[in-house]
Design a binder for this molecule. Sequence first.
Ligand code: RFL
Length: 396
Amino acid sequence: ESADVVVLGAGPAGLVLGLLLRAAGIDCVILERASRTHVQTRARAGFLAPNTVRILDRHGLADGLHLGGRRHGTCEFRTEDGRFRLDYGALAQGGQHHVYPQQNLVTDLLTHYLDIGGRIRFHTEALAVRDADSPRPSVTTREPDGRPTRWTARYVAGCDGRHGAARRSLPPGAVRHHHHDHGVTWLGLLAETPPSLDAVGYAVHGRGFAGHMARTAEVTRYYLQWQRGTPADAWPEQRIWDELDLRMRAADHGPLRRGRLLERGVFDLTCDVVAPLRHGSLFLAGDAASLLAPAAAKGANLAVLEAEILAEALADALTQGDTAGLDAYSDRCLAHIWRAQEFTGWMTRLLHAVPEQGRGAGAGSFFHAGLQRSRLNSLRTSRIYQDWFAENYVGV
Ligand code: RFL
C-alpha cells in the first residue's frame, strides 16, 4: 500500500498534520496502533495556549473548544510564606489558556478528519521505518489481522510518541538524543469532582509538591509528588485526599471538594530532545521529537505547533517541489522546543527542591529548598519576574 505521506500516530500531532495535509489536497494516511475508542478517551493534557488556539482557529478546527472549553488565566501558589495569586492572563505578554481536555480535542480532530475524507487505520502498529535516507521510504506494519504489510511513501511523519517506531528506526549516530531526569516523580490523579479553586493551584510543601488543575465542571486533575518506585495504588483514597489537604493547606485556605478517583498514574518527570528532528525522508513531531515534563503544560501545545509547520513544509515540497521548509523544519521547531524545555526545567525547580542537574541531593536538600523559596519570593514580589513568568507560561 502507499501514500505520499504516511503519518504514524493519531495524537494531537498526527491528527493536526493529517488534517492540514488533507486540506491541502495531499495524499496521506494515518496509521494508529490503538483503537478509536482508546485514542478518544485517553485523558492527558487540558491547558491549550493562545497560540495553539490561534492555529486551530486558522484551520477551522476550534469550534469544539470554543463551545466546550473555558478560558483560564490565574494561578495560585501556596507556600510556607502564605499564598499569592498571579493573574497571568492580564500580565504583560501573557494571555489566557483554554481549558479543554485533550481527549475532547482529539475527538474533534478525528471527527473532522473523517468528515473531509481522511484515511486512517486503527489497530495498525508501525514496526519500523525503512530506507528513511532514500526518496522512497517505507513503513512496515502489523495490520489488525496480524498480517505484516509495507507502506511506501515519499515522506514519513513520526508522530507516534516517545516509544514509537519512528524514534526506534533512527540509525545509531544519525541524530543526537539528550535525556534528562528531573529527579521527581508525580502521582497523577483524575477526580470526579468539580474544581476547588478558580485557579491552577501549586502547593509547595515540605512533604512535597501538590497541584490542582481544572479539567471540566465535573472533573479535576490533582498531582502529588510521589516516592519513586511506589505503585500508584499504594494508598487508599482517604489517605490521598488527606495528603492533598495537608499539602494544599486546606485548613488555612479552604477545603478541597472530594470525589471518587477515576484514574491514577505514576510518572517520573523526565524530558528529552532528539536533534535534528529529521533523518532523510523521516520527520519527527510532538512527543516523538521531544518529551517535556508536564509541570508547565507544554507538550500538546508544541505538538500542534510542530504539526502546522511540518504540514506547510510537506505541502510545499509535494505540490511545488520547494523543499526549503523541510530543510528549515528541524531548526525552527528546536528553537521552540529548547525554550519550552528551559521554562519547564525552571518550573520543575520552582515546584520542587531539585538540583539543576536532576537527581542527586533531591527534595529536602537545605540548599535547593533555599533556592526554591527565594525563587517563589521573587515571583511573589517582582513585577518583571511575573511578566517573564506569564510570557513563558502561556507561550509556545
Ligand atoms: P500522543 O498523544 O502520545 O499520540 C501518539 C499516538 O501514537 C500512537 N502510537 C503508534 N501508532 C502506530 N504505531 C506505533 N508503533 C505507535 N506507537 C504509538 C499512540 O497510540 C498514540 O495515539 O503524542 P503527540 O501527538 O505527540 O501529542 C503529545 C501530547 O499527547 C503530550 O505532549 C501531552 O499530553 C503532554 N501533557 C500536557 N501537554 C500540554 O500541552 N498541556 C497539559 O496540560 C498537559 N498535561 C500531559 C499532561 C501529559 C501527561 N502525561 C502523559 C504524563 C498531563 C499528563 C498526565
